[in-house]
Design a protein around this ligand. Structure first.
Ligand code: NOJ
Length: 710
């Protein structure tokens, strides 16, 4: 930037009103709209006037590069200060080239896929003029009823942190920003994934212990990846809305983590503290926001309309505003906005870059790694000569890219019918057995294999899309069972944005969890069905047997009365009507290869705090197909002052194996991998026995123990 432009100079030249405007973010229609009514309606709703609009610091969402350029031009013409607008937008799993939904990406157990998704999405978003993406969501979630599980990386703190960090590094070019990179606003700080009963926006009541151990570390890792912004969450934590939660925003984020990130509210969440019952009116909301450390409000005008008064009264000092606006100016300088207010926005390059062959290939690569093979009795991979009947609600559907892809276009991408067409002898999207005629059933029976494309529509997950019943909708279980009875070979493809109850499908010949795989969904599924690619995804969330088991997650405590199937004692921790275990556990996923594990060894039987434990295991691909395996390392600290989970994931490696290839896989563990957070969030570890567990799923591991000596 022009060296003459300094933060202090800019600040000194600004009126208080102009400064406060920088702390507000609104949607583009406040500035450009074909309908005056929309603009004035919007202004009225926020109770702001046209003059205030031209002090606003940032925009939420943008239609494309031309719109961005037009808006920036008109803003700079009308504004009385010299700060260009900053553009922020939701780029969750792709801008125009859509990658698998984050929960699917997590199933790859391969942070490299998240990095690529971030990098490519950044390149496309940059060409449309976006500076900051509201991504990734770092909320850990253990309740599949919550619609937003689709936006996160699942139930485990380690996996969520690794994926989130890699995605941030991909988006931001490891925090360096510049051409083809965008900054990240990680979200939703904090604990949003623990919404009670999985109902969106609901109360969160977390113990400090669980907060430190399970929920906070992923946000921290994502910040270490180079995120510049943090978005607060809608929920309360310990009775205080996260948006005005001093403990979260000041004590944890700013003091403990020493983060300089700019804090932005979620959509209207500062005003919503009134509905929470945490402020009487907007003026009090504004005061609480400032005192808690909230820098920018999204889609509300609480700061705009009340900060001046609070400053005049002396309850808020102008220096507090200067500190916040100073950070915003610093960021605008950092991304080069003063040199080029339009940054990457360019209609021609956007058209060239977005949806390029290279991007589509990478989206397919990610999709191939994101599918989880849940069952297979040998019917898969299909043979080229086998004829297929394809039925069910997703047989001809274009709605495969998944929720939260506002620039993604379903209509551009192929359906399953279109990709599988060469071998199809019958296809129908009717989803009830009774609707099929005798003649149709005869044709289905004549096919070599029946593929049923089932699941929940992409509109059933995402924000405000919680479900209390996570069975497949519209009695697809009955639909399946009727065909199961009369058809020899049945393959089920399950689409969905959350773990679903699949107990009724256990007797299937093969089943794949396809989630929503983005732009290349149907191509990736085809390659996997035919064995042109080998499934390698693992589940990032446990799949319950029934809804009553929720919340169910692998890293639970042992309890004082752990269930033992061999025991005659009836007073053990269990249900009368269902097993404790999930239908499919965390980390589970089959392959067409057969991976075997042996010779787990550790470098020492006792370890001191400054030493490294080396762990190795022999993994063999005992098959004639090459494939990838996710080797998972868990630990268990058997006895501690604060009880620890029965298993905790600490390392993952995704490794490619040639047919019949054997590899020795090495890991290293240090103090930080073994230690745990206490009630104050301090890391600690007492002397004692620790177990190492290595395998291809959380429930199938080899074990070796060692002693940690303080
Ligand atoms: C509300 C959502 O909670 C958040 O994730 C999103 O980034 C904002 N709206 C902006 O669209």
């Amino acid at each position: 930037m022009n060296k003459a432009i300094k933060k202090e100079e800019i600040l000194n030249n600004m009126t208080l009103k102009e400064k406060i405007g920088q702390m507000t973010q609104v949607a583009p229609y406040f500035f450009i709209s074909d309908s005056e009514a929309t603009v004035y309606g919007a202004l009225r709703n926020l109770n702001i006037n046209k003059e205030q609009v031209y002090t606003i610091g940032s925009i939420l969402g943008i239609g494309g590069p031309s719109e961005m350029i037009k808006l920036q031009e008109s803003y700079l013409k009308n504004a009385t200060h010299e700060l260009p607008l900053m553009f922020m937008a939701d780029v969750i799993h792709g801008y125009k080239t859509i990658f698998p939904v984050p929960l699917a990406l997590a199933s790859s157990f391969n942070p490299e896929m998240a990095r690529i998704a971030g990098k490519i999405s950044a390149k496309e978003a940059y060409s449309s003029g976006i500076h900051v993406v509201f991504s990734p969501m770092c909320d850990l979630s253990r309740d599949p009823r919550w619609g937003r599980v689709v936006e996160g990386f699942g139930e485990d703190v380690f996996l969520t942190g690794e994926m989130a960090k890699a995605m941030v590094e991909g988006f931001t070019n490891k925090g360096k920003l510049g051409k083809d990179a965008v900054a990240c606003c990680i979200k939703h700080f904090a604990g949003y994934g623990a919404s009670e009963a999985g109902r969106d926006y609901n109360t969160v009541d977390l113990s400090r212990l669980s907060l430190y151990r399970d929920y906070l570390p992923a946000y921290k890792k994502a910040l270490e990846g180079g995120a510049d912004f943090v978005m607060t969450s809608f929920n309360t934590l310990d009775g205080v809305p996260a948006t005005i939660n001093t403990f979260l925003l000041r004590k944890i984020l700013k003091e403990k983590w020493q983060s300089k990130a700019i804090v932005i509210s979620d959509y209207d969440s500062l005003t919503q503290i009134i509905d929470h019952g945490a402020a009487e009116n907007q003026k009090e909301a504004a005061l609480k926001g400032i005192k808690a450390g909230l820098d920018i409000e999204m889609a509300s005008s609480v700061y705009m309309n009340h900060l001046t008064e609070l400053i005049e009264e002396g309850t808020v000092k102008e220096s507090e505003i200067d500190e916040i606006v100073g950070k915003i100016i610093d960021f605008k300088i950092k991304i080069g906005l003063f040199d080029n207010p339009y940054s990457g926005a360019n209609q021609a390059s956007e058209s060239e870059i977005c949806l390029s062959e290279e991007h589509m290939d990478l989206a397919k690569e990610a999709a191939l790694e994101s599918v989880v093979l849940l069952e297979n009795n040998g019917v898969l991979p299909l043979k080229k000569k086998q004829s297929i009947a394809l039925i069910g609600p997703f047989a001809k559907s274009r709605k495969l890219i998944g929720p939260w892809s506002w620039h993604g276009r379903n209509d551009l991408h192929k359906t399953l019918e279109e990709t599988l067409k060469d071998n199809l002898v019958f296809v129908s999207e009717k989803a009830s057995y009774g609707e099929y005629t005798d003649e149709e059933i005869k044709q289905i029976k004549e096919a070599d294999v029946l593929i049923m494309a089932l699941g929940e529509d992409e509109s059933l997950s995402g924000e405000a899309h919680s479900r209390s019943n996570i069975h497949l909708p519209n009695d697809q279980e009955g639909f399946y069972q009727n065909f199961r009875k009369i058809i020899d070979k049945v393959v089920v493809l399950v689409f969905g944005g959350r773990p679903l109850i699949l107990s009724e499908f256990k007797d299937v010949d093969a089943m794949m969890m396809c989630w929503f795989l983005g732009s290349s969904s149907s191509e990736a599924i085809k390659e996997l069905l035919y064995g042109e690619a080998n499934p390698s995804g693992k589940l990032p969330m446990s799949f319950p047997r029934n809804i009553g088991q929720i919340p169910i997650y692998y890293n639970h405590f042992n309890t004082g009365r752990p269930f033992d199937p061999a025991s005659k004692n009836m007073y053990l921790s269990k249900y009368l009507d269902v097993a404790n275990t999930p239908l499919y556990p965390f980390g589970y996923g089959l392959s067409y290869s057969n991976f075997t594990y042996e010779n787990l060894s550790i470098s020492k039987d006792s370890l001191k705090a400054n030493e490294t434990l080396k762990v190795s295991v022999k993994v063999k691909n005992d098959s004639d197909l090459s494939g990838k395996e996710v080797i998972q390392l868990y630990i268990r600290d058997y006895v501690a002052e604060i009880v620890r989970p029965v298993k905790e994931l600490k390392k993952i490696r995704k490794i490619h194996f040639l047919p019949q290839e054997t590899k020795i896989i090495d890991f290293e563990l240090n103090y930080d991998d073994l230690a745990y957070f206490d009630h104050e969030g301090k890391l600690k570890l007492e002397s004692g026995k620790i177990g190492i567990f290595v395998g291809g799923s959380s429930d199938k591991t080899l074990n070796k123990d060692f002693y940690f000596i303080k």
